[in-house]
Design a protein around this ligand. Structure first.
Ligand code: GAR
Length: 209
């Protein structure tokens, strides 16, 4: 059965675009993006979805008075759409266990560093690349992983390394990490999931080929 994918976004949505482009090239085998959910009504990601006739929803954390009521509303939304896989593609709202526990090993996140470096609380978006440059590491990259109750601590699916060059700014590095790593490994991880090619044992994944 073709798997239904929900993509959760908050901003520009270039990772969503990479998924849409991969789908249009036939590279998301056995899956299709059936809705885009944004935490932000002004996210450009919503325009990308509309341009591709993908149904959209907006759900804002601030419209709920507790994390548990937000988790419950998001869970109901995802369940009502018969979603098999939730993809966090630049989704900047913290999800509670009331949501995560309903979708064990069925939520994939893309993180812009090589986990377990430069991840966890406070490491998101451009900040990750600022910290990478401050520390002076010579290699960074991106990680596609399943989401569990530990922030950026779930089973790793795919990683790809990216070089750092002298003179890099956070913006330049962010773009290189996206182009060389995120936009490649996120669609690959999503396709592997949809083809049932990811076996999870505790925190270790095995990729079937
Ligand atoms: C991406 O670099 C993504 O890896 C990062 O935010 C950016 C979103 O860009 N996500 C996180 O930092 C999650 N902790 P996009 O909206 O253009 O896809």
């Amino acid at each position: 059965m073709m798997k239904n994918i929900a993509v959760l976004v908050s901003g520009g949505g270039t990772n969503l675009q990479a998924l849409i482009d991969a789908q249009n090239r036939g590279e998301i085998k056995n899956g299709r993006i059936s809705c885009v959910v944004s935490s932000n009504p002004d996210a450009y990601a919503l325009t990308r979805a509309e341009n591709n006739n993908i149904p959209t929803e907006v759900i804002r954390r601030k419209d709920y008075d507790s994390l548990s009521s937000y988790d419950k509303a998001l869970t109901e939304l995802i369940k009502s759409r018969h979603i098999d896989l939730v993809v966090l593609a630049g989704f900047m709202t913290i999800l509670g266990n009331g949501f995560i526990s309903n979708f064990e090993n069925r939520i994939i996140n893309i993180h812009p560093s090589l986990i377990p470096s430069f991840c966890g609380e406070g490491f998101y978006g451009l900040r990750v690349h600022e910290k990478v440059l401050e520390r002076g590491v010579k290699v960074t990259g991106a990680t596609a992983h399943f989401v569990n109750e530990i922030c950026d601590g779930g089973p790793i699916i795919l990683q790809k390394a990216v070089s750092i060059y002298s003179g890099d700014t956070p913006e330049v590095l962010q773009k290189r990490v996206m182009e060389q790593a995120e936009w490649k490994i996120l669609p690959q991880a999503v396709s592997l999931f949809c083809e049932d090619k990811i076996i999870v044992n505790g925190n270790i994944t095995q990729i079937l080929d």
